[in-house]
Design a protein around this ligand. Structure first.
Ligand code: IDP
Length: 143
């Protein structure tokens, strides 16, 4: 089993519905350790850059507006197969299709306000972590 790091974001709806603690507990309970955490208001430029891969999609403008509608929690999660493990804990993009017990099924309102972001590959995780965190902001600690 490989120890990986992945980027997690608790989106503005997660802060407005006061589930930061519950979301982080889901990760910790499944062996994903937060090794960096920051609360941040993203600028439009930061949100557009982060979601640049979706630039041509019809929902891009609304996605960016939503992501800057309030602060987010940026986190680096570390653990065994962290990229896939995080995606499983998050659930499907559309909360209506997400399995029961996943973060999106339990806390998200809609596909465009779906509470969490998680990197979808190890390569993207590396780039997304570097987009928001310097290596010196990421800590290590054992169980
Ligand atoms: P993911 O967050 O599950 O990886 P992506 O396909 O990478 O899903 O899309 C990024 C984000 O864009 C989603 O989390 C969701 O908030 C938004 N999004 C994706 N597809 C749609 C859509 O069809 N309508 C509205 N928003 C969407």
């Amino acid at each position: 089993m490989a120890i990986e790091r992945t980027l997690s974001i608790i989106k503005p709806d997660g802060l407005k519905s006061h589930v930061i603690g519950k979301v982080i507990s889901r990760f910790e309970e499944k062996g994903l350790k937060p090794v960096a955490i920051r609360l941040q208001q993203l600028s439009q430029t930061e949100a557009e850059g982060f979601y640049a891969v979706h630039k041509a999609r019809p929902f891009f403008k609304d996605l960016v507006s939503f992501m800057i509608s309030g602060p987010v929690v940026l986190m680096v999660l570390e653990g065994e197969n962290a990229v896939l493990a995080n995606r499983e804990i998050m659930g499907a993009t559309d909360p209506k299709k997400a399995d029961k017990g996943t973060i999106r099924a339990d806390f998200a309102k809609s596909i465009d306000q779906n509470t969490v972001h998680g990197s979808d590959s190890l390569e993207n995780a590396k780039n997304e972590i570097a987009y928001f965190f310097r290596e010196t902001e990421i800590q290590t600690y054992s169980a």
